[in-house]
Design a binder for this molecule. Structure first.
Ligand SMILES: [Zn+2]
Length: 133
């Protein structure tokens, strides 16, 4: 079960990277495939596997060889480890429905704050409500 939770967490971490990347650009989070931030080439799914693709590509875009930010594997790893920690602390609990989105919001806010010094209301205000719950 721990391996499944880790894999789901890694995948969620990959999605959190999409949010951290697209939100400051004013792009919709659900809009199409990921693109290299430098050359804008679409990233094929096999180059988008959490942690594995970063390692296989040696931290560089397949097309333009521009370095990929360490934020991507860092957020993916954080997603995986935080999912494991939440599952270990609250296995199968309905509290995960509150703690998991709250934790995801904190990861997104950390990434946005570190890169852009920006904490958008679209995340902080729902996070405030979840925090109170
Ligand atoms: Zn590129």
């Amino acid at each position: 079960m721990a391996v499944l939770v880790l894999l789901v967490g890694l995948a969620l971490g990959s999605f959190l990277n999409v949010v951290i990347t697209r939100l400051p650009l004013g792009e919709r989070v659900w809009a199409g495939r990921s693109r290299c931030p430098h050359c804008r080439d679409p990233i094929p799914w096999w180059d988008n596997l959490p942690l594995i693709s970063f390692l296989l590509l040696q931290g560089r875009c397949r097309f333009c060889r521009h370095p990929i930010s360490w934020r991507y594997p860092g957020v993916e790893l954080a997603g995986g480890l935080l999912a494991l920690a939440l599952w270990a602390r609250f296995p199968g609990s309905s509290l995960l429905l509150v703690y998991a989105p709250f934790t995801a919001a904190l990861v997104i806010l950390t990434g946005l704050d570190l890169e852009h010094r920006w904490l958008p209301d679209v995340i902080t205000l729902p996070g405030l409500a979840l925090g109170l719950v």
